[in-house]
Design a protein around this ligand. Structure first.
Ligand code: GRF
Length: 227
């Protein structure tokens, strides 16, 4: 953290998405309350039809996209355009929330120390795609999600926060992903606030969810420590 953020100088946060954007919505809603001096300065996507963009617009957030189809075979060109889009937003932190692209080392270096990713596995296990199915197929007893700093290697970089949950015998990849997503929506905002020295966000749980199924490390600050 370079400086304490204040209402006059809120933390400027950019979020990059590729799809439905449920983690983006969780971040935006968690950071909205006045007691958290943070501002979403960009929701960016690599596809103009990413479903989350319309949702972000509905929340009144600034959106932009770069059509990756226009950069087929030109990764440096896409990343230069992405870099320009980010530079315009002047973010203190960039959150990769389901952003399905491997960034060039050049871009990662440009934003070194300012980029966090959420990955649906207990890293360093199961980097890459289809983590829920792979965890079940491997006979893992626990699954989870990790928030980590972004480095040039895929799903690598220092781990900032994790959540674990038990895999039950009846879990399918879909049920496991769904159970995990509920925790991701609490993990990512908490990790972002901790990382930036902001007050811990207070995020409720849906009534039908048993929060004791989830083990967060570090613990969610807004929750009482178990006795
Ligand atoms: C999440 O599972 C996240 O961990 C992974 O991609 C998925 C994105 O979902 N990186 P959403 O677009 O945030 O709903």
């Amino acid at each position: 953290m370079s400086q304490p953020y204040t209402p006059e100088r809120p933390a400027r946060i950019a979020i990059l998405i590729s799809g439905r954007g449920s983690n983006m919505v969780a971040l935006a809603k968690a950071l909205m309350p006045e007691e958290i001096p943070a501002e979403i300065v960009l929701v960016g996507a690599n596809k103009p039809d990413a479903g989350g963009l319309a949702i972000a617009q509905g929340l009144g957030l600034p959106t932009a996209s770069i059509d990756q189809k226009a950069y087929r075979g030109d990764k440096p060109g896409f990343d230069a355009a992405l870099d320009a889009m980010l530079a315009q937003a002047r973010p203190d932190l960039i959150c990769l929330a389901g952003f399905m692209r491997i960034l060039t080392p050049w871009l990662v270096e440009r934003w070194a120390g300012k980029m966090l990713n959420i990955h649906p596995s207990l890293l360093p296990a199961f980097k890459g795609l289809d983590t829920d199915a792979r965890a079940i197929a491997a006979g893992a007893r626990l699954h989870g999600a990790s928030v980590h700093e972004v480095t040039a290697d895929l799903d690598d970089g220092p781990i900032i926060a994790q959540v674990a949950l038990r895999i039950s015998e009846s879990d399918t990849p879909d049920t496991l992903a769904e159970r995990l997503l509920i925790a991701e929506h609490r993990l990512f905002p908490a990790a972002v606030c901790r990382h930036l020295g902001l007050p811990a966000p207070k995020i409720g749980w849906p009534e039908e969810v048993n929060r004791d199924e989830y083990f967060f490390s570090p613990p969610l600050e807004a929750e009482p420590e178990p006795a």
